[in-house]
Design a binder for this molecule. Structure first.
Ligand SMILES: *[C@@H]1O[C@H](CO)[C@@H](O)[C@H](O)[C@H]1NC(C)=O
Ligand SMILES: *[C@@H]1O[C@H](CO)[C@@H](O)[C@H](O)[C@H]1NC(C)=O
Ligand SMILES: *[C@@H]1O[C@H](CO)[C@@H](O)[C@H](O)[C@H]1NC(C)=O
Length: 426
């Protein structure tokens, strides 16, 4: 009986030794990479696992202050199955949780999450095993543009649109500008643009034109992703009058509508006037940069005839003015240009007829000869007076008097003739 008992005891002892050796080799094996990379704001999982044959007491995640040599730590999360504890602490409260056996999920990440984390596994017999992981956070470029939005300028000016990239981690690899969604190739517009790249982020636009107005976007990229900033460029330009109604001719009582269209940025205001006197527009509307104004003159009178001015102002450069005209003519007894032409034609014909008649009458009279003496007297009288004037050799004043006297005598002669004959001859 003694041998088998001894044999059994030896066997048990051997088994215990073997078991002890095996468990010493089997410590607590933690699987955890040394590095993890995440994008700030996104979630990250620190993948971890462990293997042990001891009974698990707790899984604890903590963050080190500084590097591995540091002893100060902040608790992130602990899991204690026996006490039914599974909770995150401090700023991780709402963001951290355990995934699977021991993985730590942080979502979303914050700037201060970057650093070294320790994973501690405590078992009932083996105490605590620990491993470390460093979390690096990358940051997408944050782009800000300026100097203000919208940026307002005037045609002909030069502008510089600033682009500032902050927080990019790692550093940006490229930077460019877009206008209304299309990439600006600074080199294809020699002298027009400058800057606008990683070396000189600000974009300078020389001699701004109306077509330069639009939305500009500064785009900066790093290995993480790209960041953008938008700025609207508004280009102001002077007012101009693109059209105004043609001059019109109307009759008394008519309605006249004048229209004036002006363009500019800011959208110009339109005023109507005649000889400095302002009129209120009957309608006025603006669509984009274009304003249309109408002036209605209803039931016009002759006094409404005149030149009407449309003036456009937008504060850029001086005001612009264009004129139109209305001619108001009388309805009855008045003359339109056509009737004036007819009447003047008829008058000319009538005058010729009259001259012919006069000539005829004169010739008839002459033949009768009754008037001959008086005319002789008249002519000889004029002759005499003018002789006196020249012989006396007087100045211009004297000659004028003589002339007046002559006029008088001719009137006298005419009156005499008229009275004597008792009839009128023109
Ligand atoms: C840890 O940080 C200390 C100072 O904070 C420094 O002296 C030490 O070299 C660092 N160790 C490592 C491994 O980076
Ligand atoms: C990032 O890159 C730009 C040029 O690409 C350089 O001017 C700047 O100094 C760099 N910034 C850092 C922090 O390395
Ligand atoms: C145009 O008229 C509006 C309203 O009366 C006024 O506020 C604005 O200042 C005017 N603009 C100019 C350029 O005169």
């Amino acid at each position: 009986m003694g041998r088998p008992t001894t044999s059994l005891l030896v066997h048990i002892a051997a088994s215990i030794v073997l078991w002890k050796v095996c468990s010493a080799e089997k410590e607590v094996a933690i699987t955890l990479p040394e590095e993890a990379v995440a994008t700030l704001g996104d979630g990250v999982t620190l993948q971890a696992a462990f293997d042990t044959s001891y009974r698990l007491v707790s899984v604890t995640w903590s963050k080190l202050h500084g590097n591995v040599t540091s002893q100060k730590r902040t608790s992130v999360l602990s899991y204690v199955p026996d006490l039914n504890i599974n909770r995150a602490y401090g700023s991780y409260k709402e963001r951290a949780k355990l995934l699977g056996m021991a993985s730590l999920r942080i979502d979303p990440t914050k700037t201060e999450d970057e650093g070294t984390y320790a994973l501690s596994i405590m078992t009932d017999e083996r105490g605590t095993a620990e491993k470390f992981i460093h979390l690096a956070l990358q940051v997408a470029p944050r782009v800000s543009v300026g100097p203000r939005n919208p940026y307002v300028t005037v045609v002909g000016e030069s502008v510089s649109l600033a682009c500032k990239v902050t927080d990019a981690k790692p550093n940006i690899t490229s930077l460019y500008w877009e206008k209304d969604g299309a990439r600006l190739e600074a080199s294809s517009f020699l002298g027009k643009y400058s800057g606008g790249d990683a070396g000189t982020p600000s974009l300078t636009i020389r001699h701004v034109m109306r077509m330069d107005a639009g939305v500009y976007t500064c785009v900066a990229q790093n290995s993480v992703r790209s960041g953008e900033g938008h700025i609207e460029l508004r280009v102001h330009y002077f007012a101009s009058i693109t059209s105004i109604s043609e001059p019109v001719e109307v009759t008394v009582g008519d309605h006249v509508t004048f229209r004036c269209v002006a363009e500019g940025s800011p959208t110009p205001n339109i005023t109507w006037s005649r000889d400095g006197l302002k009129f209120k527009a009957s309608s006025d509307e603006a669509v984009g940069d274009v304003r249309t104004s109408a002036l209605v003159l209803s039931g016009v009178a002759l006094t409404d005839t005149g030149t009407y001015s449309c003036t456009a102002r937008n504060g850029i450069g001086g005001p612009r003015t264009r004129n139109t005209h209305v001619d108001v003519v009388a309805l009855d007894g008045g003359f339109t240009s056509t009737t004036v032409a007819i009447i003047s034609g008829a008058a000319a014909g009538g005058l010729w007829l009259l001259i012919c008649l006069c000539l005829l009458v004169y010739l008839l009279r002459k033949r009768r000869g009754g008037e001959r003496k008086k005319f002789t007297y008249y002519y000889s009288d004029v002759q005499r007076r003018s002789n006196v004037a020249t012989s006396e050799g007087g100045g211009s004043e004297h000659r004028r008097q003589v002339f007046l006297t002559e006029r008088k005598s001719s009137n006298v002669a005419f009156e005499q003739r008229r009275l004597e004959n008792g009839e009128l001859i023109i």
